[in-house]
Design a protein. Structure first.
Length: 221
């Protein structure tokens, strides 16, 4: 099991209990968890991964957009839970994108998952697929979330689901007492992001204290 942060946004004993009840992955996902742990590559926390599985299984999306591929863990996770989905995933680090492609190929999912090396904030503004995606999962640079809302809503179908990870940012989003000086800009933008999506009339949003904080939004119109 992946190590969890002692300063997580919920008490460590709660996290420990929840993770003790999550069935451990096997195969490629277990390998990627081990790789992420050994090489300090950030991937979704186990309880967030389980939430992502549940939402994907419930929505049964045909087309998924992921922002922030890393080593391909979340894309493979979603593909395994919803084999019919076509996934486009964006990664701004060229070496990481290459590694993700290799992992997707090892998982036998190259025909279902497309890894694109791109700066997502710019790239999504050029995607000409209004109302195309059933689900969008955002786990890229946190300071950019607020700038991607409009394009994500444009690309998302009515009743589509948008999931954003790490929005509470080790609790720093919630209180200034936890803010690290070098993280001030990120925290301010995450607060602005949560406020912006919570006030929109075209979506309904819930902020969950799962993992490092997750927002789940549904497009209403």
């Amino acid at each position: 099991m992946i190590e969890y942060e002692k300063d997580a946004i919920v008490q460590p004993y709660v996290t420990e209990y929840i993770r003790s009840e999550i069935r451990e992955n096997i195969g490629i996902l277990a390998e990627l968890e081990q790789y992420a742990s050994e090489h300090e590559v950030p991937i979704v926390q186990p309880e967030t991964a389980k939430l992502l599985e549940v939402l994907t299984a419930a929505k049964q999306p045909h087309n998924i957009l992921e922002i922030g591929t890393a080593i391909g863990y979340s894309a493979i996770l979603m593909s395994e839970i919803c084999p019919e989905a076509r996934i486009t995933t964006l990664e701004f680090d060229g070496d990481m994108a290459s590694l993700a492609r290799d992992n997707v190929a090892r998982a036998g999912l190259s025909e279902k998952i497309e890894v694109i090396f791109a700066d997502a904030r710019d790239y999504i503004s050029y995607i000409d697929r209004d109302g195309y995606y059933d689900m969008i999962f955002i786990d890229g640079p946190k300071a950019h979330y607020v700038y991607m809302i409009d394009d994500c809503m444009r690309l998302l179908k009515k009743s589509g689901v948008m999931i954003c990870d790490n929005v509470l940012y080790k609790g720093m989003t919630c209180t200034d007492e936890l803010v690290i000086r070098r993280k001030i800009t990120i925290v301010k933008r995450l607060r602005k992001f949560i406020k912006a999506i919570s006030e929109r009339d075209d979506m309904v949003t819930s902020v969950l204290s799962v993992g490092d904080g997750v927002t789940v939004s549904v497009k209403l119109k």
